[in-house]
Design a protein around this ligand. Structure first.
Ligand SMILES: NC(=O)c1ccc[n+]([C@@H]2O[C@H](COP(=O)([O-])OP(=O)(O)OC[C@H]3O[C@@H](n4cnc5c(N)ncnc54)[C@H](O)[C@@H]3O)[C@@H](O)[C@H]2O)c1
Ligand SMILES: O=P(O)(O)OC[C@@H](O)[C@@H](O)[C@H](O)[C@H](O)CO
Length: 494
């Protein structure tokens, strides 16, 4: 992304320039120098900055409690750009909410420090081990949990895990850092911190608990036991569509709001966070800023992941095959929009009822959110890392539907469309770039097996034993044949 923007009439964003920004831009009304970073967040990308950091900014704006600022951490080379941007502007950034009614911008101040782990790994461990840190939150993507989908077990052979087991003081992965810090806390007689996963995983807290404690057990069984007894891992459901920031967003922020921001973030107006109330070292009064605290997040997670994220996959594959670029363009195609409706209808019987939530309204709102032309959500973002997302977003519903003898047509179509997508060409022969840690094996199988889905369905680490269901295999097979022969639009027309 080209981050050079004209600075003629813009103001470089930083602490000193806040008072000179246009009046219609809300800026932090609190003294950021007084804030204690009670939260360390790993994986500061677009989503964290549009969601959790906004909730905490609202909290700091309205409360006198100064204990819940955020120290951001990036573990991967990918995060170098975030480091440079945030360090150049005192960790401030612009959040723009975009809807058909218009755009509104505000400057978020809740992240007061940012650490790029490759610069100084020991410093990241020290910050996590500091008694002021009481909650560690994560948005490290589905692939960041080192979870073997087919078995539900910890992927102990992953090179990152092996590295961290052998180099406990120089970790590179999330579990290495968390374990090193918790070990220090235990040795110093300090309480542990809460680990709050904010990734799109059903039972994200349970998965984080199982994987982190498995890692710690391998390193030091006593420490593993202490962690398993003392650290809490609330599950939570998070929701806000946040596209990846583009050069056009930087230009828009400069032109519409006169802010020269090296890494703004753009999001839809909708926002939701439902969190299990299980924090071992205290928490901010999240209810006061609209977070829903509950004893059981499970039905909320199921509803969101099985309706929203599953639809995103169908939109991503069919839309890409049909030659579209953006989600709102796909939603303007009546046939694909109808397929999304039908996918949601198929999933609905697998959901538990939620008091106070009308599922028809929820689904209608999703369709409207997807159709928002202002947020310019690109299809490749939805299709990224599909091997990790497919089991979480689609296969749970599929298993339930098979058990209930329910309809599986559109769930299977989503899988068939993914297989067709993995062949690397859209319906007009334009290349598709597959961005997935499993890309090699997936594309190799997709290309060599023609319209036979079985070689891909036999990947047990993704599909488990689903390939034993002949009903399922036949339905995917039928759709894959149609997609190969008639393309995405032709298949839907039939
Ligand atoms: N973008 C959204 O609309 C949205 C909405 C709800 C939830 N989420 C969740 O947030 C996650 C991140 O989304 P984003 O939009 O911020 O993406 P992003 O690409 O902007 O940021 C991803 C962050 O995750 C880190 N990361 C990736 N793999 C990692 C690994 N193996 N170990 C440690 N860190 C790793 C990256 O370094 C980066 O900081 C999603 O995968 C999803 O689970 C996103
Ligand atoms: O972020 P991922 O890769 O888990 O999934 C892609 C999108 O479905 C997701 O980011 C949604 O936009 C988000 O979950 C909305 O809250």
């Amino acid at each position: 992304m080209n981050s050079n923007i004209s600075t003629g009439s813009t103001i470089k964003l930083n602490e000193a320039s806040l008072s000179r920004l246009p009046n219609n831009i809300r800026v932090p009304n609190y003294d950021r120098h007084q804030i204690i970073n009670g939260i360390v967040h790993i994986g500061v990308g677009g989503f964290h900055r549009a969601h959790q950091a906004l909730y905490l900014d609202n909290y700091l704006q309205q409360s006198r409690d100064r204990e819940w600022g955020i120290c951001g951490v990036g573990l991967l080379e990918f995060d170098r750009r975030m480091r440079d941007a945030l360090h150049s502007q005192d960790c401030l950034y612009t959040l723009v909410e975009r809807s058909t009614e218009g755009d509104s911008a505000r400057v978020i101040g809740s992240i007061t420090r940012y650490l790029f782990a490759p610069d100084n790994r020991a410093c990241v461990i020290d910050v996590l081990a500091d008694p002021h840190c009481r909650i560690v939150t994560l948005t490290i993507t589905e692939a960041g949990y080192y979870y073997i989908e087919g078995s539900g077990e910890f992927d102990a052979n992953h090179p990152t895990i092996q590295h961290d087991l052998q180099h406990p003081h120089e970790p590179i992965g999330v579990y290495g850092f968390l374990t090193a810090a918790l070990d220090k806390r235990r040795q110093q007689g300090l309480q542990p911190f809460t680990v709050l996963s904010c990734d799109n995983l059903q039972g994200n807290g349970n998965i984080a608990r199982k994987m982190l404690t498995a890692f710690a057990q391998m390193q030091n069984p006593e420490l593993g036991k202490w962690m398993s007894d003392r650290v809490t891992f609330p599950n939570c459901m998070v929701d806000r569509i946040t596209p990846a920031t583009t050069a056009a967003d930087l230009k828009m922020v400069a032109e519409q709001f006169q802010i020269d921001d090296a890494f703004p973030v753009v999001a839809e107006p909708f926002l939701q966070w439902v969190v299990e109330d299980n924090f071992c070292a205290g928490r901010p009064d999240l209810e006061s800023v609209g977070v829903q605290m509950t004893d059981d997040v499970h039905p909320y997670e199921m509803m969101k992941i099985r309706l929203l994220n599953a639809s995103h996959l169908l939109i991503g594959y069919l839309g890409t095959l049909a030659g579209y670029t953006y989600v709102h363009e796909v939603m303007a195609d009546p046939a694909i929009r109808q397929a999304v409706d039908r996918l949601m209808a198929e999933v609905t019987p697998t959901l538990q009822p939620l008091p106070g939530i009308d599922l028809d309204d929820y689904k209608q709102t999703l369709i409207q959110r997807f159709a928002n032309p202002k947020i310019q959500d690109r299809l490749p973002r939805l299709c990224l890392n599909s091997a990790a997302k497919m089991p979480k977003f689609i296969l749970g519903s599929l298993r339930d539907a098979l058990r209930q003898d329910g309809a599986i047509d559109y769930l299977s179509l989503t899988i068939a469309a993914w297989f067709r997508y993995l062949k690397g060409q859209d319906d007009r022969g334009n290349p598709i770039e597959i961005d997935d840690p499993m890309a090699d094996i997936l594309t190799q199988r997709a290309r060599s097996s023609g319209s036979d889905p079985r070689p891909l369905l036999s990947l047990a680490e993704i599909f488990g034993d689903l390939s034993r269901s002949s009903r399922f295999v036949e339905t995917v097979s039928k759709h894959l044949h149609n997609l190969d022969e008639f393309g995405a639009k032709g298949t839907l027309a039939r």
